[in-house]
Design a protein around this ligand. Structure first.
Ligand code: FAD
Length: 418
């Protein structure tokens, strides 16, 4: 029998659930959900808040049959609890790949999709946009399938676990491709501000890391697609950042756990995450937050954070800048607008981090910054409904799919008013 962890990966949340279950069939899951007053699904537990918590029954989908089935040339059906790293290995056997990946390959497919998790790239949308259909067990225990193009689909994909338990998704995939990673340092902050979009568009996937120490400067990770004919270098006079030796995204940590760099081509799934699948990236001693603004506001929003550098730096492990293409999913952080994202990996001290987050939210308020659902943020329902304007439609969908409020929890109360 699969044991369900009593806490999240970071260890900052211990679940309040009265009961835990890891059903081995969808039928067993349906009966459990129908019989529970309060219930919630947990994926791989890589979120940093009580978003996956419940006062009732916490169900893991990890013990459901972990199938990856090929449905067509570029379509697969994947069980909810499969992790992206496992999926990548299966896809590779078919000569296929996910068009993009998040920084960590260990996260579950359903949890990733439910929170609008993303990688980077001006042409890359959130991983949730790869979903073509999803199977959902609703609070009556009924199994419903929602397909792209149908009413409710765009509302249900980034579902925050608030609509039901996803048992499987159909995903769009692409032919396998190779990527080469090169790391460059240092790009002065004023150069970054002036050429923000050019830097973030300089490769298929780009991340810029800063630790907000002075002098402010960025470390640029360029992830080039080997097959797209791009030169693989930034040939601009302002890009003086020299290629560095192997680096971990977190300053001072060994590069051993990080993906291969130095421009050596390799399968996309071994290059697009920052961390190697076969390694544990860290022991979870961190908290994370992330905010999304319109891409056009990226440089101004970054400049608005600069006066906070001396507040941010002491509680920060590393900050990462990324770009994500717009999508049409109601609660996607990049919904309706090409987005610039500002990610923060913090020291594991919520009391020290929260006041800094309040200042960051205030500095980014003029840009209607949206928090990442799976990370730590103080923003409450009254403001969230302004930055995520489709929250009312989502709440109405939740009311229809879960009229008895079985999937509501303290987190949905604070952040959605449900
Ligand atoms: C080291 C690290 C690196 C990360 N890198 C990135 C990154 O590059 N980009 C990014 O955007 N995010 C990143 N994240 C955040 C992470 O992707 C999200 O927190 C994501 O939700 C994790 O998936 P999970 O399976 O662990 O979800 P969980 O934390 O288990 O759950 C998150 C939400 O999904 C719901 N859920 C899970 N399974 C199901 C299901 N079967 N049916 C319905 N709802 C379900 C839960 O109820 C909950 O609401 C990172 C996190 C860590 C720890």
């Amino acid at each position: 029998m699969t044991a369900v962890s009593r806490r999240n990966w970071a260890g900052n949340i211990t679940w309040h659930a009265e009961r835990f279950a890891a059903p081995e069939s969808v039928a067993e899951l349906q009966a459990l959900v129908a019989g529970a007053e309060r219930v919630k699904a947990v994926g791989s537990g890589h979120s940093f808040s009580d978003i996956a918590d419940t006062a009732g029954l916490l169900v893991s989908t990890a013990a459901l049959p972990r199938d990856v089935e090929r449905l067509g040339p570029h379509r697969v059906r994947v069980a909810a609890g499969v992790r992206y790293g496992e999926l990548a290995l299966e896809l590779d056997r078919y000569g296929l790949a996910s068009a993009n990946l998040a920084s960590l390959p260990h996260i579950s497919v359903a949890g990733t999709v439910a929170t609008g998790t993303h990688g980077s790239g001006v042409g890359n949308r959130s991983l949730a946009t790869h979903v073509a259909a999803l199977d959902l067990v609703t609070s009556t225990g009924e199994l419903v399938t929602l397909r792209r193009g149908e009413d409710d689909f765009a509302g249900a994909v980034v579902g925050l676990g608030a609509l039901g338990v996803v048992t499987a998704v159909e995903l769009d995939v692409v032919p396998a491709f190779e990527v080469a990673v090169s790391v460059h340092e240092w790009l002065p902050f004023d150069v970054l501000l002036e050429h923000y979009e050019a830097v973030l568009a300089a490769a298929y996937s780009v991340s810029v890391f800063l630790d907000w120490s002075r002098p402010l400067r960025g470390q640029v990770w360029l992830k080039h697609r080997v097959d797209d004919g791009a030169p693989g270098v930034v040939d601009e006079p302002w890009f003086a950042a020299a290629e560095a030796g192997p680096r971990n995204p977190v300053p001072g940590i060994s590069a051993e756990n990080a993906v291969q760099q130095g421009g050596v081509p390799g399968p996309s799934f071994q290059r697009l995450p920052h961390f190697r699948l076969e390694m544990v990236p860290s022991n979870g001693e961190e908290l994370q937050s992330e905010y999304f603004v319109a891409a056009a506001d990226g440089p101004a929003a970054l400049a608005a954070l600069a006066p906070l550098a001396d507040l941010i730096h002491p509680v920060l492990q590393v900050c990462e800048l990324r770009r994500i293409a717009a999508d049409d999913l109601w609660l996607s952080p990049s919904g309706g607008r090409d987005s610039a994202a500002f990610h923060f990996t913090w020291v594991p001290d919520l009391a020290a981090v929260l006041p800094v987050l309040e200042r960051i939210e205030a500095a980014l308020a003029p840009f209607d910054a949206r928090p990442h659902w799976g990370k730590v943020f103080p923003m409450t329902a009254d403001r969230l409904v302004e930055v995520y304007p489709r929250v009312p439609e989502f709440l109405s969908l939740a009311g229809r799919l879960d009229p008895r409020g079985a999937f509501a929890n303290a987190w949905t109360g604070r952040h959605l008013g449900r």
